[in-house]
Design a protein around this ligand. Structure first.
Ligand code: SF4
Length: 396
């Protein structure tokens, strides 16, 4: 038996992973992930549930509980774009592979596949409580329970740059395929972006993480224990937004504080602080040590105090000197493509305001818009740029 699962996952899952095959009888593949002895098989883990879990623990929990959500305009648009991309990518792959044979199965189960074609599109695979919709499978030479060939998974992603979610979903497909053909694929293929850029993925490296995630979801579905609610950046487009927001306000959840990180919340929880109100009582103004330069970092307990008292508090004694000209800058881009398409600048000199926007229609226009910005800036003598602290993503 070829060992493909990483050593850490193997240790974690030694109760879940089948040991070596003996003839006769079904031969479990090295990627065979079986339910943990202590966990009841309570819910079929699908690729879409896995995707929900990557975004937020609470989301997968609510999905398992059958809670109905309300899809917003943006998520409906994204689903439509994803479906359109999947259809055109499947068509592209079918056209490209006509010489070696293409079969479309319209969502048929994997075990019903009887074809010698190299590319198989639109199949559903299920094994050991896991279920996925394979975007495509590619037949490659090799020895498996199917014969002198085996399949490897193919996925299409709309973004030019694949994310960790795409790799983990590919590993998920591979683990189900491993059950079906007895031999796990070591490699999968991602076709990314509108140009269908090919990315080969070594699956071994993603299996440790996948095993831990599956264990967490199984535990979540088996004992139905609700994970702690932590509002996050996905909430804005999540179908459970209203439900979670109401609950967070009811429990005065710490994640209501804009910018607070899960790590920081855990740190406060470990001290017995669970609500914004509790945190607000912990603020203590501190004088900087003598000769120490005054540095006032963002303080969440002061933010909580400001919310409780409904007052604006100024931490320390900041002095703000403004130059003659202030330039307020906003740059928009596509992080998955590593490109920028718009620079907006508001130039304020005394009472005069001027708005400028520089657009790039494609990648080649980027240099031009940054040159235009530089020209605008050097036209002024005494100026300073004000900008957002973090890069504003426009892919979500
Ligand atoms: S609204 Fe936010 S916290 Fe609630 S499930 Fe969605 S992402 Fe998670």
């Amino acid at each position: 038996m070829r060992e493909v699962l990483g050593p850490r996952a193997f240790a974690t899952y030694r109760g879940m992973i089948a040991s070596g095959p003996t003839e006769p009888g079904p031969r479990p593949g090295p990627l065979t992930i079986r339910p943990h002895k202590g966990l009841r098989m309570a819910y079929l883990i699908t690729d879409s549930l896995l995707e929900d879990h990557f975004k937020c623990n609470t989301k997968s929990y609510l999905r398992i509980q059958g809670k109905p959500g309300e899809a917003g305009n943006y998520s409906t648009l994204c689903s439509r774009l994803d479906a359109h991309h999947l259809a055109s990518a499947s068509q592209w792959l079918a056209t490209r592979s006509t010489a070696c044979g293409v079969s479309r199965f319209g969502g048929a189960p994997l075990q019903d596949i009887m074809t010698t074609d190299e590319i198989v599109l639109d199949v559903v695979g299920e094994a050991e409580g896991l279920k996925t919709h394979f975007h495509a499978l590619q037949r490659t030479p090799g020895c498996s329970e199917l014969g002198l060939y085996c399949y490897r998974p193919i996925r299409f992603c709309r973004q030019q740059q694949p994310s960790s979610t795409n790799y983990l979903l590919l590993a998920f497909d591979a683990s189900i395929l491993g059950h079906r053909q007895g031999v796990p694929p070591e490699e999968g293929i991602l076709y990314c972006g509108p140009t269908f850029r090919q990315v080969r993925a070594r699956l071994r490296t993603h299996l440790d993480s996948l095993a831990a995630i599956l264990l967490a979801i199984r535990a979540q579905s088996a004992n139905a224990r609700e994970p702690p609610l932590v509002l996050n950046r996905h909430c804005e487009i999540c179908e459970f937004k209203q439900f979670c927001r109401t609950k967070a306000v009811e429990e005065d959840n710490l994640s209501l504080l804009n910018g607070i990180t899960p790590k920081e919340i855990i740190r406060h929880n470990s001290k017995g602080i669970f609500s914004v109100k509790q945190l607000s009582y912990t603020f203590r103004p501190r004088r900087p040590a003598k000769r120490q330069k005054q540095q006032f970092h963002h303080n969440f307990s002061l933010q909580a105090l400001a919310l409780r008292e409904k007052k604006v508090h100024v931490n320390g004694d900041p002095t703000l000197t403004l130059p003659q000209t202030q330039v307020y800058l906003d740059i928009e881009g596509l992080p998955d493509r590593g490109s920028y398409y718009l620079i907006g600048a508001l130039v304020v000199t005394g009472q005069f305001h001027q708005h400028h926007c520089f657009w790039a229609d494609d990648g080649s226009g980027q240099v031009t818009i940054f040159s235009q910005l530089a020209t605008l800036l050097i036209e002024n003598v005494d100026w300073r740029v004000f900008h957002y602290g973090n890069y504003k993503r426009s892919d979500e």
